[in-house]
Each structure stands twice: as C-alpha cells, then as structure tokens.
Design a binder for this molecule. Structure first.
Ligand SMILES: Cc1cc2nc3c(=O)[nH]c(=O)nc-3n(C[C@H](O)[C@H](O)[C@H](O)COP(=O)(O)OP(=O)(O)OC[C@H]3O[C@@H](n4cnc5c(N)ncnc54)[C@H](O)[C@@H]3O)c2cc1C
Length: 446
C-alpha cells in the first residue's frame, strides 16, 4: 500500500530525521519526483465514507444546485462540493452593484451555510487533475476518491480572435477586464464607472454563445443611466460582433433610442480587428473608435480544466465539453457529468438555466445511486430579467424552455415568453428581478 504524505508526517521524529538524511543523497531527478508527489499526491482531509461519494467541482449556479439536489434525491450519498473561491459572488444583479443600486452583501453568499443547510461538505480547493481509471479527483488540497463526479466549472475567456500575443492578452485581462467572471473584474469595472470623467466608454458583445446574452446590453443601459444622472458628457459605445441585438431586441433597442439617445451608440457588425491600448483606439473592419475607458468582453469557451483532464473535444478548433447532450455524461469516461455554462449545447448560458439543469442532473445521479427507473430528459428553464434603467428602476424579461429535435440532434427555443414593454410593465418587472434573485439565492443557500 502506498504511503501518503499525511502518513509520512505522522511518523516519528526519528523516521523524519532519517528520511531527511536520505534525501540529501537523492539524485536531482529523484528529488523532482518526490516534490511532485508531496505537492499533490496525498489524500484530501475528508472523512472516509462507505456511502457513494458524489464530488461536484464548481460552486456556481450549476454546482450548488447539483450538490443540494443530489443529497435531496439520494440521501445516502456523501456529497462534496469542491470550490476554489472562499465565498460566492453572484453575477446576476451585479450590473446594478456597479452603480451602487445594491450592496455587495446582497450578491455575496456563504458556502458553509449552503453546505450545512443542505447536508453536504464544502471543500475549499482547486481541482487540478483526474485519474479516470481509479476514479480519483486531484485537487490543490489532496486527492478525493469518487463514485460520481460532476464538473461544473463555468467558462474561461477566449482572446484568440483578438490576439495571439500573450503579453497583450494579459494587458487586456489586467487593464480592461470583461467582468463576466465574478470578483475582482467587477470591482475594477465599478471603479472605472464611478471615476469616469467623460468621453467614450467602450463595451463589447462577443460572437458565439457567450455567457448571459442580455448582460452586455443591460450593462450598457445601466452605465448610460448613471452617466445621464451625473450629467456627464459621456457615451457608452457598444460594439456588437453580431449583426443585431442577440436577445430581447425590442426592449433594448427602444431603451437605447428612447432613454439613452445621447448616451449609447449601438454599433452592430462591429467585430474588432485591432485594439491599440497605447493610442486608446479600437479598430473594426469599417471604423475606428477612440476611447477613454473600456471593458472588453471576448468570446467564451468551456473552462480549461476540462481540456486538462481530457474531457474536451475539438469542435471546430474550439475545445468544448465532450458529453452526451441528453444525459450530460462525459464521453469515454465512467460516472462523470459536465454541466452549467461549460456545456456545449446552445442553451442560454444563464444562472436560471444552470440551476434548473442542475436539478435534472441530480436526478440522473440519484437514479444511478438509488437504482430506480430511467429518468427522461427534461428541458432546462431560462428565466432572465434585465434592468434597463436605474432611475426609476425598470426591467424587461424572457422566459424559455427548449425542445429536442431527435432527427437533427438540435435544441430549439420552446414555450418562449418575453416581456419587453418597459413603458407599461418595466417597474413591476424590476420588482420581479429582485423577487427572482431572492428566490434563487434562497434555493441555493438557505
Ligand atoms: C454580468 C452578468 C449578469 C448576469 N445576469 C444573469 C441574470 O440576470 N440571470 C441569469 O440567470 N444569469 C445571469 N448571468 C449568467 C450566470 O451568472 C451564469 O450563467 C452562471 O453563473 C453559470 O453557472 P455555472 O455554475 O455554470 O458557472 P459559475 O457560476 O461561473 O460557477 C463555476 C464555479 O466553478 C469554480 N471553479 C472553476 N474551476 C474550478 C476548479 N478547477 N476547481 C474548483 N472550482 C472551480 C469557479 O470558482 C466558480 O465558482 C449573468 C452573468 C454575468 C456575468
């Protein structure tokens, strides 16, 4: 039996002294492999269990839902949520925080509270590797043997359409973060907005199925309203790589033209060809746009950890999760599921989609643990409210499910309802925006 690092630490002082003495006679390569072993190959400090262990990587909207509902649907499961963050910060509603409409406390939630309330374990660590054959997840805080494993790690940015120069990409990430992965990026953008003195503030909308289709348009409205309230001589330039507004078009288009004619310039078909950060100019095929400040949102892809652990496929050179789209099971790997925004299906990448999908995936895992009858595919639900003004607060929304076309293996919008008449319903829909957020936070944490 292999001796783990923890076992070694538990040995007597004599043994430790003797291994230290031996270490001095090791060759350089032996030292290297010893270091590797001590850095990662030890058992995670979690109690052993005889029950089926379900490990969920990623405590976002998807992972939180799966951890909670797996425990609910299969109470015998020992559920461990592996999350690299110390606390949860919500992306939904964060655009309102950028202009101080809500407090950071409203967006921030406690992983320990969620775990205690829902009878699972929150394990603070980063998943770094996978031994599929032996069903072991390797993390920055030790190895975890699993019976079922879920990857719900969200997205990473893909700057490759804009640049292949790592130093330049790094400048974009550091100086002009996108603000679509929560935490410091949002704080940087908030400071940019609150300190803005005037001129052009550039936002971008990427091509492809990017995270939260309406959020860049919502952000443009909110920043524009803030500039308007402050009577700044300022404009939000919204450069959209798509040929039109990608969702809730009527609602956003009318808000742009009727509320923010002097504060938003919406530019469709504006795929960026070059960004000059020193001259502060953005170039598209047809135009160039000088700017005072910006937040550049590049294309997105499934989180890179999937590629590292061999669970991604090369779909048209864009690596994405390799799964059965109806069962979320990883292709060629046993008892592994991939969910949330890193899924390859064309569902809207939203918190509500991830939350409802999480319940379905939990029922699939529970069915295997409980050995009950097969669970039929269930559509996720996308419900998404977007603020279009802050003074007074008004919002629009969309609700949709998805249908599956077995013949051409595609998903389509189904049962879609949109509420985009902000003049009539905007104030009520703004109240519903908070009602929705309160309900989802309660579902995940309380
Ligand atoms: C500005 C903005 C506004 C939005 N507004 C809305 C809205 O109004 N309504 C709506 O429904 N959706 C909205 N969304 C979208 C929503 O936030 C995402 O769709 C949702 O977060 C996706 O959930 P997820 O669990 O897939 O990913 P995430 O929520 O990103 O969670 C992934 C988690 O995995 C963790 N992780 C990643 N890699 C590892 C690893 N190797 N080890 C351990 N942990 C790891 C991350 O730390 C993270 O906590 C908005 C998003 C943004 C950015």
């Amino acid at each position: 039996m292999a001796i783990s690092r923890r076992d070694v630490l538990a040995l007597s002082g004599l043994a430790v002294a003797s291994s230290a003495l031996n270490a001095s006679t090791h060759t350089a390569s032996q030292k290297k492999s010893d270091n590797k072993e001590s850095a990662t190959d030890y058992k995670a400090p979690l109690p052993d269990t005889k029950n089926p262990r379900v490990v969920v990587v990623g405590g976002g909207w998807s992972g939180l839902s799966i951890a909670k509902h797996t425990k609910l649907f299969a109470p015998s499961a020992d559920v461990v949520l592996v999350e690299q963050r110390h606390e949860f910060i919500s992306c939904p509603v964060s655009n309102l925080w950028l202009v101080d409409k809500v407090k950071l406390e409203y967006l921030t939630h406690d992983y320990l509270q969620a775990a205690r309330k829902n009878n699972y374990t929150y394990f603070h660590a980063t998943a770094i590797d996978l031994d599929k054959e032996n069903q072991i997840l390797k993390t920055s805080n030790g190895n975890i043997k699993y019976d079922y494993l879920v990857f719900a790690p969200g997205i990473d940015y893909d700057y490759s359409r804009w640049t292949k120069d790592i130093a330049f990409e790094n400048r974009l990430r550091q100086e002009y973060p996108a603000g679509f992965i929560p935490g410091s990026e949002h704080m940087t953008i908030k400071n940019k907005i609150l300190n803005f003195k005037g001129g052009n503030f550039i936002l971008t909308v990427p091509a492809g199925n990017y995270r939260c289709l309406p959020a860049p348009y919502e952000r443009a409205c909110i920043i524009a309203d803030y500039f308007k309230q402050k009577k700044l001589n300022a404009k939000v330039l919204l450069l959209d790589a798509n040929n039109s507004i990608t969702i809730k078009e009527k609602g956003f288009q009318s808000a742009f033209s009727e509320l923010y004619a002097d504060y938003i310039e919406y530019i469709p078909n504006a795929a960026i060809t070059k960004i000059d950060l020193d001259k502060k100019v953005v170039y598209t095929e047809f135009e160039e746009y000088p700017f005072e400040d910006a937040a550049f949102y590049p294309q997105v892809r499934g989180a890179k950890i999937l590629e590292r652990v061999g669970l991604a496929k090369d779909a048209k050179n864009k690596l994405e999760a390799d799964i059965n789209p109806l069962t979320y099971e990883a292709i060629g790997a046993k008892n592994i599921f991939i969910t949330g925004d890193s899924r390859p299906m064309g569902f809207s990448k939203s918190g509500n989609t991830s939350n409802t999908e999480g319940k379905f995936v939990a029922s699939l895992i529970a069915q295997k643990i409980n050995k009950t009858k097969k669970v039929e595919w269930l559509s996720p639900v996308t419900t998404c409210f977007s603020a279009i003004s802050i003074e007074p607060e008004k919002a629009i929304y969309i609700y949709t499910q998805y249908s599956y076309d077995a013949a051409d293996k595609t998903f389509n919008f189904y049962n879609t309802i949109s509420g985009e008449d902000w003049k009539k319903d905007g104030i009520n829909d703004a109240k519903s925006l908070y009602g929705w957020a309160n309900a989802l936070y309660a579902d995940m944490f309380y």
